[in-house]
Every structure is written in structure tokens, then in C-alpha cells.
Design a protein around this ligand. Structure first.
Ligand code: UDX
Length: 463
């Protein structure tokens, strides 16, 4: 098989990872059959409507469905029988103890295995879901062999291939990967996947590693833990900068990053990392280590620094105003990063929870994530219809997400709307160059820049 049109791919699980892969591979000419147990999701996709707000999925899905390049089905038999590769892209959400819940992976493998029992041609199963080290070999392989009655490496191939996509640029990340990692249980399966990828990427592959599944599983967890470590590291430097006159964390990060061994990317101090991957994978890595009898002090510290950074934002407000009950705090930004509507493990939500525990009145605004926030925050906060409505009559504004809209805030309008003195806590330093210097009316505090040694008298009077 050396032609994309001969590959037929089924994708099990049409969430973020599954749908982004469906669109990316379909854009490259592969025929996709998507399966999901969620009937509502299937119906939406069938109409060409994306259940996720990923920009390139929203942009291309309708056309790809209309032209038959992506087909969706509720019939798992059809999905397996009409394709030669099945990608498993279901969720592995965290359990109470931090370990990954593998029930959706097991269920997908059982469905596929049951159909493979009566399928004659070779079929490749690729696990894309993030799973703990040894899962592919010790959990997926025996289950697949048992349910299908077939031997891996003969009639069925099995690989684990981690995805490294970022929300907001998921399809582009799949189409232009920095590396591809194939964790192959059997060589035949690895060869088939390698050939499929050569066709998808038209012979131009990025660095590609073929290795034992355990290494591929570890590469995924270790990469996310390392990224989390960079954020916790620079946030620790930010705390130091806050205590040193004239220090600026962005200058320090840039200067560090010019050393190519360090690099300038992913060193932006802020309110802490959030999202579905970094915190979850870090917790899973901690659990896996502990179950093996190893105390992963570094991983634990990365996590603790992050939690402390989130609390630190609230502690700054407390340092300024003392008792926070009945104070009005405006939160600009709810998504865990700009450009998306995802609030999962968002620092903003945790900051709001801390404020609510202190009986603070919280107003919130986000350009995209309001709907998702409502499902979590319910009626505990005031949902402002605009950025300016949000800051109106507030005691403090906390900028949590670096949306472009917030960067364009008109300072004069802000001055007329907020209570005086004006207190802004900018966790991402987006208004750094906009705030008038030595303006007695403003107290502008940026994470990673010196905190005021002495509070202005007007703020002292407010306490
Ligand atoms: C991440 C990884 O980047 C991706 O490779 C993996 O597959 C999934 O997890 P994602 O969760 O979409 O992707 O977001 P990312 O852009 O990595 O940001 C994660 C969090 O870290 C955000 O809360 C972001 O604000 C924060 N962050 C990131 C920083 O605070 N500083 C940085 O320099 C980078």
C-alpha cells in the first residue's frame, strides 16, 4: 500500500484528539470513518458541525463530511470492517488517586477485537490515547489477543503512538509535527504504521523514533512533565523577581533562553499551567512512580509550585486589601490559555474558587469560555457581557488569560469605570507598557516584576 487513497482509517473517540486527527488525515487525502459512543456528537458531526472549538476543525469539518472524506458511524463493526487501521483516541481521565482511568481504552479495544475475530485481512490498532508506561504491552495487548482470538504480529498489529498536539493549533500540530514516536508491540504493525505516515507526510517525515511501547509511553509523559517543569521553574524565578527591585522575569527568561541548551520558548511566567494534559499527566507520572516504590520529589515539586503560584495571585489581592469579603474582583480570562474555550484545570477557575471561599464578589468575562465556565461556576459569580462591564465598579481587576482583546483595553475607559484607586493584577504582563508610570491613581502589579515595597496611602486606607 503506497497510496493514500488505499488507506482507510477508523478513529475511535471523536473528542479533541480524535476529531483533530480525523480532520488532519482527511485533509491529506485519507478516508476516515469516525466512531463514538456519544450519539449527540455523531449527529452534530454528521451535519458538519464541530463539537469542539478547535479552529481548523471548525473550518474544514463541514466540507470534509459533505465530500465523504470523513464519515461517522455508531456502528463499530462497520468502522472496523471498512478500514485497515483503527486509531484509539478515547479519553483517559484521572481517577481519584491521579492514575489514568483506562476503562474507555479497554472498551474500545474490546469492540475492535470482537470484530477482528471474523476479519480476514490484517488490521492495525494504534493507541493514541495517553496511557501509563507498560499499558500497551501489559493491558492492551493481552486484551486484544483475548477478544479477537488473534496473535499480535500475525493478523493484527499493535502500536502506541503518542500525540503532542496543543489546543488551538491541534490540526497544524498534527500536520507539521516536530517528531513522531512509534511504540511498536510487533514489527509488522510498526512497518504498516511507518508506511501510512510516509504516505500522510508525502515522504517527508520529521525525526521518527521506532521503539518499545514503554519508551513511547514515557516520552509522552516525560515531555509534558518537562514542559510543566519549565513553567514552574520560570514561575519560581518570577517570585524571586517580585522581591528584587528592577527585576523583570521576561528579561531573565529571554537571557536564559539565548543559551541554545535552554531555548527561549515555554518560559513565560504566569498564573500557573492548566489544561487537560500538563496537570493530568504530571499527576499520573507521580502515581506511576509511587506505585513502583519510587518517590518522585521533582515531579511533586513541579505540581506544588504550580498550586502555590495559583494561590499566590489571591495572596497578592489579600496583601493589598486584607479581608476580601464583599470586595468586588473582576476576572478577565477563564480559559487556561488564550485562543480556546477550554477551562479544564484553568488557573482562573481555581483563583475564583479561592476568592469565593473568602466571600469575595466575583465578576468574570472571557471572549470564548463563558459557556463552559457556567457549567462549573454556576450562579456563584456574575457573568459580565463584556470586558468593560466586567471591570465596572470593581475593586481589583485580575488578568488571568492573555487574550488579545484584553491587550487592547483603553486605559481611560478603565479609569472611568473602576473604583478608585485602580488596582490591576496582571498575571501575564500584557498591560506592562500601557499603564501610566507613577500615576498615583493606579496600582499595577505584574507577576514576575517587583511587588510594591510600600502600599500607596489610598490603598492602606481601604484596608
Ligand atoms: C500541552 C502541550 O504543549 C502539548 O504538547 C500536549 O500534547 C498537551 O499539553 P496544551 O495543554 O494545549 O498543550 O497547552 P500549552 O500551550 O502547552 O499550555 C499549557 C499551560 O501552560 C497553559 O495554561 C499555559 O498558559 C501555560 N504556559 C505555557 C505558561 O504558563 N507558560 C509558558 O511558557 C507556556
Amino acid at each position: 500500500m503506497n497510496n493514500l487513497s488505499t488507506w482507510k482509517v477508523s478513529i475511535f473517540g471523536l473528542g479533541y484528539v480524535g476529531l483533530s486527527h480525523a480532520v488532519a488525515y482527511a485533509l491529506r487525502g485519507t478516508k476516515i470513518v469516525g466512531f463514538d459512543v456519544d450519539r449527540k456528537k455523531i449527529e452534530l458531526i454528521r451535519k458538519g458541525i464541530s463539537p469542539i472549538k478547535e479552529p481548523d476543525v471548525v473550518k474544514h469539518l463541514e466540507n470534509l463530511v459533505k465530500t465523504g472524506k470523513i464519515k461517522v458511524t455508531e456502528d463499530h463493526k462497520d468502522a472496523v470492517l471498512s478500514t485497515n487501521i483503527s486509531f484509539i483516541c478515547v479519553n483517559t481521565p484521572p481517577l481519584q488517586d491521579g492514575s489514568a482511568d483506562l476503562s474507555q481504552v479497554k472498551s474500545a479495544i474490546s469492540m475492535i477485537g470482537e470484530v477482528l475475530r471474523n476479519k480476514e485481512e490484517f488490521h492495525l490498532v494504534v493507541v493514541n490515547s495517553t496511557v501509563p508506561p507498560t499499558t500497551t504491552e501489559n493491558v492492551v495487548k493481552p486484551l486484544l489477543e483475548d477478544v479477537s482470538g488473534k496473535k499480535i504480529g500475525e493478523d493484527v498489529g499493535l502500536c502506541f503512538m503518542p500525540e503532542f498536539l496543543r489546543e488551538g493549533s491541534a490540526v497544524q500540530d498534527i500536520l507539521n509535527p516536530w517528531r513522531i514516536v512509534i511504540g511498536e508491540v510487533d514489527k509488522k504493525g510498526g512497518d504498516v504504521l511507518h508506511q501510512f505516515l510516509l504516505d500522510v507526510y508525502r515522504g517527508k517525515l520529521p525525526p521518527l523514533i521506532r521503539t518499545a511501547p514503554v519508551n513511547a509511553e514515557l516520552i509522552k509523559y516525560a515531555s509534558n512533565a518537562f514542559l510543566a517543569m519549565r513553567v514552574s521553574f520560570i514561575n519560581t524565578i518570577a517570585r524571586l523577581c517580585e522581591l528584587l527591585p528592577k527585576a523583570n522575569v521576561d528579561v531573565v527568561a529571554y537571557g536564559m533562553g539565548l543559551d541554545p541548551r535552554i531555548g527561549t520558548r515555554y518560559l513565560k511566567a504566569g498564573p500557573g499551567f492548566g489544561g487537560i494534559c500538563l496537570p493530568k499527566d504530571l499527576r499520573a507520572l507521580i502515581t506511576v512512580s509511587e506505585k513502583l516504590g519510587f518517590d518522585p520529589i521533582l515531579f511533586k515539586a513541579i505540581y506544588e509550585v504550580n498550586e502555590a503560584q495559583i494561590r499566590h495571585v489571591v495572596e497578592i489581592v489579600e496583601m493589598l486589601l486584607g479581608d476580601l469579603s464583599d470586595r468586588v474582583v473582576a476576572i478577565l480570562g477563564l480559559a487556561f490559555k488564550a485562543g480556546i474555550d477550554d477551562i479544564r484545570e484553568s488557573p482562573a477557575i481555581k483563583i475564583i474558587d479561592y476568592l469565593l471561599e473568602r466571600n469575595t464578589k466575583v465578576k468574570v468575562y472571557d471572549p470564548l469560555a463563558m459557556k463552559n465556565a457556567k457549567t462549573v461556576l454556576k450562579d456563584r459569580v456574575f457573568y459580565a457581557p463584556s470586558m468593560y462591564e466586567c471591570i465596572k465598579d470593581s475593586d481589583v481587576v485580575i488578568i488571568v488569560t492573555d487574550w488579545d482583546e484584553f491587550k487592547k483595553i483603553e486605559i481611560e475607559k478603565l479609569r472611568s469605570l473602576m473604583k478608585k484607586p485602580i488596582i490591576i493584577i496582571d498575571t501575564r504582563r500584557i498591560l506592562d507598557n500601557k499603564i501610566p508610570e507613577s500615576d498615583g491613581e493606579f496600582l499595577y502589579i505584574a507577576i514576575g516584576k517587583p511587588l510594591p515595597l510600600k502600599l500607596p496611602k489610598r490603598i492602606e486606607d481601604m484596608r
